[in-house]
Design a protein around this ligand. Sequence first.
Ligand SMILES: *[C@@H]1O[C@H](CO)[C@@H](O)[C@H](O)[C@H]1NC(C)=O
Ligand SMILES: *[C@@H]1O[C@H](CO)[C@@H](O)[C@H](O)[C@H]1NC(C)=O
Ligand SMILES: *[C@@H]1O[C@H](CO)[C@@H](O)[C@H](O)[C@H]1NC(C)=O
Length: 657
Amino acid sequence: MVYACPRWIGFSSVLVASASLQLVLSNLITARQDPCAAIGGMTWVSPKDVRACYASVALEPKVKTNVIEVINKTLAFHASLNYELQAPPPYNYDVQEDLMADLARISVTDYTSEYDFHVALSRATRRLNDGHCVWKYACYDALFVNYLPLPLDLLEDSEGHQDVYISSEAFEVASTGFPDQIDFWQNALPDNLRGQLESLSGAKVLAINGRDPFETVDANAEIWGGYQALGTRQNAFFSSYLRSVDGWTYIPGTFARQSLPLEDQVELTFIRVNRTSPETITLPYRSRLGDTTTKPITDTASWRSSYCVAQPGTNGQDLYAPSVPQPPLAPTSTSPAVMLHDTPLTSLGSAQFYMLDDEKTGILVIGSFEDNDWDGFTTGLYNGLMNLKKIGATQLIVDVTNNGGGVVCAAAYLHRLLAGRKSSTDPQAELDSKIRAGPLAKAIAGFFGTGQNVDPDNLMLFNPRNMVDGNNQPFRNTTNWLEPSVDIIVNGRHDSFSRRIGPRCSVAHGDWPIVPPIEPLFDTKKVVIIGNGKCASACGIFSLTMAKHEGSKTVVLGGKKDVKQKYCGTIGGEQWHFPALDSEIKTAKLKDHPLAPPDLLVNGVFGFVWRLSFGIDLPEVPAEWQDHSPDLSLPLTSQLVNNPMAIWKEVTSRLLS
Ligand SMILES: *[C@@H]1O[C@H](CO)[C@@H](O)[C@H](O)[C@H]1NC(C)=O
Ligand SMILES: *[C@@H]1O[C@H](CO)[C@@H](O)[C@H](O)[C@H]1NC(C)=O
Ligand SMILES: *[C@@H]1O[C@H](CO)[C@@H](O)[C@H](O)[C@H]1NC(C)=O
């Protein structure tokens, strides 16, 4: 803080200044006893100090037992569990995790701190490479985010060689995103480079921590999780872009942003632009408290009460009990900058429409299928596409880069708009699925088998009124729809599932504000879906049904040339979080069932796959581990990287024109 002239400091500012001075002094005094007070009230701290705070809290045995029991019993509903013991080709090297065995091992391992226990649990779930099935705990995950002002790119040069580079926009992004920290990094550079961080932008990286950069990329791909395909996990290391509700967002990649304070510094060897000799520097990571909306912590007690103990909403509730206030959302991390300047035709939250200057290629960029305004979102999609057609678009690029999914029915609506009414879209464009049918699931479904109207307001997700069978016939609403179940053996283990369940995104159900025209809006063979492989869930279902049913083309941007890219992953079907399941259990009056998970004691959330979608090529097995190879893998060059307009033109010239 700069006080240019004391005369101009208002009275209240002086009070604030002296109050914060007192805070700093008292922090210094209490820090000896409380490592969390040492980072209290601060925005930027060293990762080491964050770890000292995190590691100062011992693991309470009752917390350990509770978290393991909640996850273990919730896993009985995770439809992918036994499939993930060993995925079939082409994911046979990517997915081979026994999560139940991990839990058994973790439960008999001693951990010196709750943080170490959390990292062990988090790593175990991440090894599934299934972003739907993860353990997140707001006490640690993304509370402090570890940053480095050097996002990296993997680029191909004019001779076809691929190398890792510091992003050419690295300095611009870091200095706009972190104006309050950039000087720290400027001063942390060695003497000959001090203050010249900008000159590192665009440098070719020869080594990370003295080793080939791809050793670090691959080590990261091993622990990051999220997607089955190695190529997609490698790509997550590098920078990319996202069209989010906040506008164009720069994603720094997992090298430059980590959700836990794992690393203190990195040693980089590089050759700067227009130079010939390599230089080596060591640059520290800095940890930033969540984002500007994150409630600061002052000491251990305030951190634990705000972020670690269970909050309203951590657990479910009987849906017919008087309502309980909803919790604040867990802190999320924001990304620094915005970088696209072309003016869109229409903007609707996470979707935008553009027209290329060839006057025939329309662009829909859609970063998410999640939107609270269902009517506005679907109407906006309809109007935007109609508008593109009106001004002459005869072909379409749908850019789904970093689209993590959202509402499956929104994706099905887009599919139906594009493809018109045909057997693959009528009555719906979604995939059939199945639900895991363990004893507790059957007991919840059995709640509806009593002949009574037990869920008059249709609040329960287990309510058969919300289901149709594999022939799109509704279930009788007073049957236990999980009986009889289908017993199969998956990877050598006995498992039990529902009959085939149809989706519920049908136009016939009348929940569209605008009923799509019968005729397709575009020739679906002239629709190209492009992304970086990070297209999950609803986005994955949209992409693979468009590709496999409608002949649309798929493109993956970036990736190492000798690694096969996939245009989507982590299909799932429908993800739930623990509180939703807990609400079903409580509403069905089954909390005393021996298999019911207890209430969670900490502010964590466990996600799992409730419905597992069937595929198209092999309609009797899950889509999750079927092949999703693109029509075109387009290596990134310095002209294309993070330049959507250039990417759209390049893809048009290669696949449409
Ligand atoms: C998880 O639950 C199963 C029963 O479904 C039980 O056999 C196993 O011991 C439990 N594992 C742990 C670590 O508690
Ligand atoms: C590198 O050299 C080229 C050609 O002389 C010049 O246009 C460019 O500005 C230089 N870049 C930097 C960062 O020095
Ligand atoms: C079954 O569903 C119908 C509406 O579809 C409703 O009128 C009826 O009350 C329901 N019966 C029970 C027992 O839930």
